[in-house]
Design a protein. Structure first.
Length: 465
């Protein structure tokens, strides 16, 4: 006796069968070094966009597939190429916008990679390579889900699908807001899926419900008009490095918790998470203690953090017995969800100006903001996404806070205030996104692709949304 599969079961079967092809295409994307940062070959970003556009064309579903860029506000520059594909909804069905990005982080020191960063390599159930997880896997989760839906239904479905694959997320999304404004009609949707987050672990899916904001800036500390001999004047003249060390140290207390008045804390419960898990996932050696107070996840999800991510000063190799006249540092602050990034930056600047030692001159430049985000989990789209994840993973999803930031989400909220926004992802805690040996857990990718295919099927079956 032949048992006819339900539509959802048929989509699931097609999605699982399509995983090998999706991984093969992912490997081809990983081979393209699409770094959008200044100083890198932006022709590779264009080549990556063209590869993604060809994949979108190959699904056969879209009414239009184009590669576009937008102006960078306040400059004469254009942003990096993005792929925009659209398919209109029919018969009262909703429209879903699927977002990911095809640009990647620079590789850093290649000597720290076990295998070449742009040669995809499979070992121990993981695919290694720059962008394998963040976020070319997000691109292929979208493509694989669309392929599964069309394999089962052909063109006989009514769901509207818009695809937006950005080309400069890692470089700061400088033209993102302008791109939204320029293409608002094409991008407008009832549901937006941002596939650029992570999961609780390799087995447990998650819906990201909160993101910290960020405030990033360059601080120049100057104490001298020119360099001077440390033997001739040391002990009487403050050098910029000493001033920088003393000033920067005021931003944390003895526990390593942020000590800047005006940076707020969000009051929200967090699930259990052990110090042992933190050490494993973050690579924290046994002799190094965690910083901060209260539950570990509250420190990561709901409290501010401050990191000095770069410094311009004499190198060890070029060190001489000299008092440095100036030092520049890059400060990256993560902001608790619910606080304006502009307000947080104002608190940081006021703190530093009030504590400049020895009258050191301070200059603040290259200021960049991104507000945090709190997801409204009461909508039908979140319920459908949770049901799809439960079916695909065989494990109920958890609500996840993320200590990182996706600043453009606030742009999506502003441009499309009626849309329900879902933040999902294909990463597990060991993906090492932005770090050497970035990798994708293959089973997590398979589950994520199947979950998105089931979500598309559920939305296509939803009338009158």
């Amino acid at each position: 006796m032949t048992v006819e599969l339900s539509r959802a079961d048929a989509v699931r079967t097609a999605a699982e069968a399509g995983v090998p092809a999706a991984l093969a295409d992912l490997g081809r994307l990983v081979r393209i070094p699409s770094v959008a940062f200044p100083g890198f070959d932006h022709a590779e970003v264009r080549r990556s966009a063209e590869a993604v556009a060809a994949l979108a064309e190959g699904t056969g579903v879209f009414d239009s597939v184009v590669i576009r860029d937008a102006a960078v506000p306040g400059t004469d520059e254009r942003g990096m190429p993005a792929v925009l594909a659209t398919r209109a909804a029919r018969n009262g069905r909703p429209t879903i916008l699927l977002y990911a990005h095809h640009d990647v982080q620079p590789v850093g020191d290649e000597a720290l990679w076990d295998t070449p960063p742009f040669e995809p390599t499979v070992r121990d159930g993981r695919l290694y390579g720059r962008g394998a997880a963040d976020d070319k896997a997000g691109v292929m989760a979208h493509m694989g889900a669309i392929r599964a839906l069309t394999e089962v239904l052909g063109d006989d479905f009514d769901l509207g699908i818009n695809l937006f694959i950005e080309g400069e997320e890692e470089a700061g999304s400088r033209s993102f807001a302008q791109f939204l404004a320029d293409n608002a009609d094409a991008l407008r949707a009832d549901v937006i899926v941002v596939a650029d987050s992570g999961n609780w672990d390799a087995r447990t899916p998650a819906v990201t419900v909160s993101l910290r904001g960020n405030a990033r800036f360059t601080l120049r500390i100057r104490t001298l008009e020119h360099a001077s001999h440390s033997g001739m004047f040391g002990g009487a003249v403050p050098d910029a490095m000493m001033a920088a060390v003393k000033l920067l140290g005021t931003m944390w207390d003895d526990d390593g918790a942020v000590a800047v008045d005006g940076l707020l804390v969000r009051d929200a419960d967090t699930p259990p998470y052990s110090e042992e898990t933190l050490r494993d996932e973050a690579g924290l050696p046994a002799g190094v203690s965690p910083i901060g107070r209260d539950s570990i996840l509250s420190r990561i999800w709901n409290k501010p953090s401050i990191t000095v991510t770069g410094i311009d000063a004499p190198s060890v190799r070029n060190a001489s017995n000299t008092l440095s006249p100036e030092v520049s540092v890059v400060i990256s602050a993560r902001i608790a969800p619910g606080q304006s990034a502009h307000d947080a930056y104002a608190a940081l600047e006021a703190h530093l100006r009030a504590r400049a030692p020895f009258g050191a001159e301070l200059e603040f430049t290259d200021v960049d903001f991104g507000d945090g985000f709190l997801v409204d989990t009461s909508g039908w789209a979140v319920a459908d996404a949770r049901a799809a994840m439960d079916a695909a993973y065989g494990v109920a999803p958890v609500d996840l806070g993320v200590g990182g930031s996706i600043p453009f989400v606030s742009d999506l909220v502003r441009e499309f205030p009626q849309a329900q926004i879902l933040i999902t992802g294909v990463e597990d805690p060991h993906a090492r996104a932005h770090s050497p040996n970035e990798s994708l857990h293959l089973d997590t990718f398979r589950h994520a692709l199947v979950a998105e295919a089931l979500l598309l099927e559920r939305l296509d079956a939803r009338a009158g949304a």
